[in-house]
Design a protein around this ligand. Structure first.
Ligand code: WT7
Length: 632
């Protein structure tokens, strides 16, 4: 097991060791895992290309380390608890032994369908056990999984399938979320009509059994393929640096990019961070409410917990169904010890009123976590009082799809928890603030751009199919540093508070949405001449999407266009990217070189009219007053 940080002195010593002698620090963390062949060197790196390799020549398999290594002594321990959308339905439990068998069967079925090492498999599924089982099965045979959040549209799914050149899509028939039943298979059919030429089979898990369209050549039933498959399946021996998965995430320009993570480094870091941040003890029940469609679900529902022999809960539903006490019912039902959720969920539940938390026994909670966006002061205090009962410390965890695991967080019992501060980097993480010229800011109490100046095992290796893009986006802004895209500040003791993105990425309910993507979608509407999309403060979502549109034709049709534009975005990307506000404008503020002045649009959207600054150098300064006057 990786090192468990015991106290502040130990934490400081580990930080120092990780800087002075990173090789032996990370060797210490890695050696407790199972390696079929030991690594010959811990790290080779170079940020300019970038070219980063961890645990060189080591042969391992993350699925083997999640399951097989626990079987001999702990096969009967509970690995996974699945809580269905409908609370009156039976929950499911898988021991390590049972999960191992299910994964092996699935791995054998995938092999029988011609999936082998290096092939890409896209998952488009609800939060059912088969999703966790499916990705572990891919890992077992060396196939590269790419989970696409099931809220994305057919077009967005097709884009990702095409980029990954996936050989198979695994989906369900329908997805049950709250009172909604989403026709997942029909969306896959639509994506297959759009493109997805690399796909030879769609494997369909029967979730509801409701009618779906079927094409005998392409579509195969999950249960039929699993039938009679052996419950043993040898693992593929993987190089430490072999890709484990691709996960698509939005950036400030272009289409989403496929972030690539590996078997070796990702394994070591997710287990190390999971055990330290959540202070997981054997026998604890751990629950992360995220969806496996995002990195949080990959690292802290599936891999981190299973590598740590934890009991991890997977929840199919939503916090508001059947009512706003659902989360707390689940905490009570399973006596959850560690609970990990997003500020947007906290704010939404807080807005429902305290009656939903009252009367619930939450005393089992030892650590409660927050992830995905800055947590505001009010939500922090509510979480601390109503859920943590002033007893369970809050870990505000900062990280990204690209970092693979938690980078900055308090460590319960070791470092303190200060509202709205993610606080200190984990030992082994060299976080620095820089000014726009790249100069490191060493003084405390300052503000800057958040960078990481030394590799960590679960860092992004490449953007799938386009290594140059990885270099451009993350390693070109500041020489010799990974740039996060976030702005941050420090307090007088060096605790870090991450303020938010400094690029054109909007964080809506903890989900990253690229403004360029939304604009491209909006511009597909025939009446839209030009558009500009910015984020603005939103009470529940953190940030909402504000779209400024220049349209042709009759302004009486504005309401129709507004609805159609929302529909276009829903179709091109998915409901999560729908603009919350649409303002029709005669022109957009531009610089003399023709660049849209987003800063001004952001200020207007935030109603910070006094902070517009000097607009006189614009190409069209007079437009600012017009837009301001009609701001929504
Ligand atoms: C972006 C990454 C990491 C899993 C979920 C999101 C923002 C994330 C925090 C936090 C302030 C945060 C950042 C980051 N973010 N956690 N604790 N405090 N901001 O993963 O979709 O890759 O988004 O989320 O802006 O860059 P992601």
């Amino acid at each position: 097991m990786p090192t468990r940080i015991k106290n502040l002195e130990h934490y400081q010593a580990l930080c120092k060791k990780a800087i002075d002698d990173p090789t032996s620090f990370w060797d210490e963390q890695a050696k407790s895992f199972h390696w079929f062949e030991p690594y010959t060197e811990v790290l080779q790196w170079e940020f300019d290309t970038p070219d980063v390799k961890w645990f060189i020549e080591g042969k391992t398999n993350i699925c083997y380390n999640c399951l097989d290594v626990h079987l001999e002594d702990h096969g009967d321990d509970t690995a996974l608890i699945w809580e269905p959308n409908d609370p009156t339905e039976a929950f499911k439990k898988f021991s390590y032994d049972e999960l191992h068998k299910a994964v092996c069967k699935t791995a054998n079925a995938l092999k029988a369908m011609d999936i082998s090492k290096g092939d890409r498999v896209v998952f488009y599924m609800p939060m059912v056990p088969e999703l966790a089982i499916g990705i572990l099965a891919c890992a077992r045979i060396g196939a590269i999984h790419s989970v696409v959040f099931a809220g994305f549209s057919a077009q967005a799914l097709a884009d990702r399938v095409d980029d990954a050149q996936a050989k198979m899509i695994i989906c369900s028939d329908y997805n049950e979320r709250g009172e909604k039943s989403i026709p997942v298979k029909a969306i896959v059919d639509e994506a297959m009509d759009i493109s997805c030429n690399s796909v030879s089979h769609v494997l369909v898990h029967k979730n509801t059994g409701n009618p779906i369209n079927w094409s005998d050549d392409v579509d195969k039933w999950w249960h039929e393929k699993m039938d009679n498959m052996p419950t043993e399946c040898p693992v593929e021996i993987m190089d430490s640096e072999d890709p484990l998965f691709i996960l698509y995430t939005s950036g400030s320009t272009g289409k989403p990019k496929g972030v690539v993570h590996t078997h070796g480094g990702y394994m070591v870091y997710t287990a190390y961070s999971f055990q330290n941040v959540f202070q997981y003890e054997p026998g604890d029940i751990y629950w992360c409410t995220a969806d496996i469609g995002w990195i949080t679900g990959h690292s802290y529902i599936v891999y981190g917990p299973l590598l740590s022999r934890a009991t991890t809960i997977m929840f199919e539903g939503v916090p508001s169904y059947p009512d706003a006490s659902r989360f707390w019912n689940i905490v009570e039902k399973y006596k959850v010890n560690q609970f990990y959720t997003a500020p947007t969920a906290i704010r939404a539940l807080m807005a429902c009123g305290d009656e939903w938390t009252e009367g619930h026994d939450l005393t089992s909670l030892k650590v409660i976590g927050s992830v995905g966006e800055p947590i505001n002061e009010e939500a922090w205090h509510w979480y601390n009082e109503k859920i943590g009962c002033f007893k369970a410390p809050i870990v505000d965890t900062w990280w990204q799809t690209e970092t693979g695991g938690i980078m900055i967080s308090s460590i319960p019992g070791v470092t303190d928890c200060k509202p709205t501060y993610a606080a200190y980097p984990l030992p082994g993480v060299q976080a620095v603030l820089v000014d726009p010229s790249g100069e490191e800011i060493r003084e405390y109490n300052s503000e800057g751009l958040l960078c990481i100046s030394f590799p960590w095992p679960s860092m992004i290796r490449t953007t799938y199919g386009d290594h140059e893009r990885c270099k451009q986006v993350y390693f070109s802004a500041f020489e010799g540093k990974y740039f996060t895209g976030d702005g941050a500040r420090t307090d007088s003791e060096g605790r870090i508070r991450v303020i938010g993105r400094v690029d054109d990425v909007i964080n809506v309910s903890g989900h990253r949405i690229g403004t360029a993507e939304v604009e491209n979608a909006i511009n597909a509407h025939p009446r839209v001449i030009e558009s500009a999309v910015v984020g603005y403060p939103h009470e529940i979502k953190g940030q909402g999407i504000y779209a400024y549109l220049i349209c042709s034709g009759d302004s009486e049709l504005d309401d129709t266009v507004r609805n159609e534009v929302i529909e276009v975005v829903r179709r091109e990307i998915g409901p999560i990217a729908k603009p919350d506000k649409i303002q029709f404008v005669p022109a957009l503020p531009k610089t003399r070189s023709g660049k849209i002045m987003r800063r001004i649009l952001r200020k207007i959207a935030a109603k910070e009219f006094d902070q517009l600054g000097d607009v006189s150098t614009l190409l069209n300064p007079q437009i600012v007053a017009v837009i301001k006057e009609n701001a929504l």
